[in-house]
Design a protein around this ligand. Structure first.
Ligand code: SF4
Ligand code: SF4
Length: 242
């Protein structure tokens, strides 16, 4: 795959169009092994009106990274249906407005890294040309910047970068596998948001923390604020003052 990746700056252009008319329509939604970020899960479970727990159970496979001990969430694919995405329909993606970040970004791939010294995120985009994708043939000309805007990727990048900060801190400060308690905490605060909310308000797990009433009020109904609080909780609990 690496040979098909061409680095692009934000102002570089590429030619691409995807529509229901292409003969490869839906080809990119099979044979999946797609890592899902916490914000991807948040958007999809809300779109379907499901609790996070039910969404995870129905539509995802969950593993533990052998070296990091961190949860890895991917789409549950059907081996008898060419490992198709559970949301691909004849007419295309059935959750299009809330599809995950990697689907939105394609045919670009975003790689981000965080500076240890300053904490700033550096991003690099690549153009991924896969043989099955015919979208490059007669496409519209896009700059990378235009594509990010058109596909509404920015908010996903912002949320994914918060997650990446946690992963990079974990790898630096707690190398190797996580203990089970930390792993469960990580899973709940990042992916199982409705369960996290009920732990906050019913089981009072954050009552010993100095959390202001404005934040608590916001997370009651706002999943994005809840996820941000979850990231902060993981940082404070696992890494302490950093
Ligand atoms: S393979 Fe490429 S052109 Fe075909 S449907 Fe997927 S993104 Fe569109
Ligand atoms: S979420 Fe939608 S775009 Fe992404 S792989 Fe599934 S069907 Fe395709």
């Amino acid at each position: 795959m690496e040979n098909n990746l061409t680095p692009l700056s934000l102002n570089d252009t590429f030619k691409f169009s995807c529509s229901k008319k292409v003969s490869c329509f839906n080809e990119c939604c099979r044979d999946l092994n797609q890592f899902l970020f916490p914000y991807d899960i948040l958007r999809m479970k809300n779109r379907l009106g499901l609790s996070s727990n039910l969404f995870l159970e129905r539509y995802t496979s969950q593993h533990t990274g052998p070296e990091t001990g961190l949860p890895i969430i991917t789409f549950k694919t059907d081996p008898f249906r060419e490992l198709k995405c559970p949301f691909v329909a004849r007419s295309g993606c059935s959750i299009y407005e809330d599809r995950p970040s990697s689907c939105r970004t394609y045919p670009l791939v975003r790689m981000a890294s965080r500076s240890r010294e300053t904490g700033t995120i550096a991003e690099q985009y690549f153009l991924l040309k896969e043989p099955h994708c015919l979208g490059f043939k007669n496409g519209h000309i896009w700059t990378v910047r235009e594509w990010i805007e058109d596909q509404k990727i920015f908010v996903y990048n912002q949320m994914n970068d918060l997650m990446m900060e946690i992963i990079s801190l974990k790898n630096r400060l707690i190398p190797g596998s996580l203990d089970i308690k930390s792993r469960l905490m990580f899973h709940m605060a990042c992916y199982d948001l409705d369960n996290f909310r009920s732990h906050i308000f019913d089981k009072k797990i954050l009552d010993d923390r100095d959390i202001d009433s404005g934040t608590l009020g916001a997370v009651k109904n706002d999943d994005v604020e809840l996820l941000k609080l979850g990231f902060q909780w993981i940082k404070d609990t696992l890494f302490g003052e950093i």
